[in-house]
Design a binder for this molecule. Structure first.
Ligand code: THU
Length: 139
């Protein structure tokens, strides 16, 4: 995949941080999920005064895609950090990793933790969720 496309995906995730609704944690996350057909679904974290009702950026992106009938994915860029501080390599929470596992091949799906278009780390889902439980277990 062209480097230029990755930069565009990172820019999309960074842009989504502006939509983050995080009045409680002040930790803003943006995600950009690339489907196998090239479509991009973006998402941000959406917090709630009943904290447990909060939805992470990654799941927002996945649920937008799946609700549009898209089930095959190539990679996701995640950008996160405190709203008054520096961006971090914002690693996905356990629930989001499991949601990824439902739809993605652990060996090939890439999770890109980006601080900028120049500064990012790339992992496979299998690296971040080893020995995972998935749909095949129920077949
Ligand atoms: N958050 C995400 O959006 N993605 C993650 O994988 C980790 C955490 C959000 C949830 C909450 O709004 C804030 O970050 C602090 O936990």
């Amino acid at each position: 995949m062209a480097e230029k496309d990755l930069k565009k995906l990172i820019e999309k995730a960074l842009d989504m941080r502006n939509s983050s609704y995080a009045p409680y944690s002040h930790y803003k996350v943006g995600a950009a999920l690339e489907a196998s057909d090239g479509q991009i679904f973006s998402g941000c974290n959406v917090e709630n005064s009943s904290y447990g009702a909060t939805n992470c950026a990654e799941r927002t992106a996945f649920f937008k895609a799946v609700s549009e009938g898209v089930h095959d994915f190539r990679r996701i860029v995640i950008t996160g950090g405190p709203d008054d501080g520096e961006l971090q390599y914002a690693t996905p929470c356990g629930i989001c990793r499991q949601v990824m596992r439902e739809f993605c091949n652990p060996e090939s799906f890439e999770i890109i933790l980006a601080k900028s278009t120049e500064d990012y780390r790339v992992y496979t889902l299998a690296q971040l969720l080893p020995e995972s439980f998935g749909p095949e277990n129920l077949l």
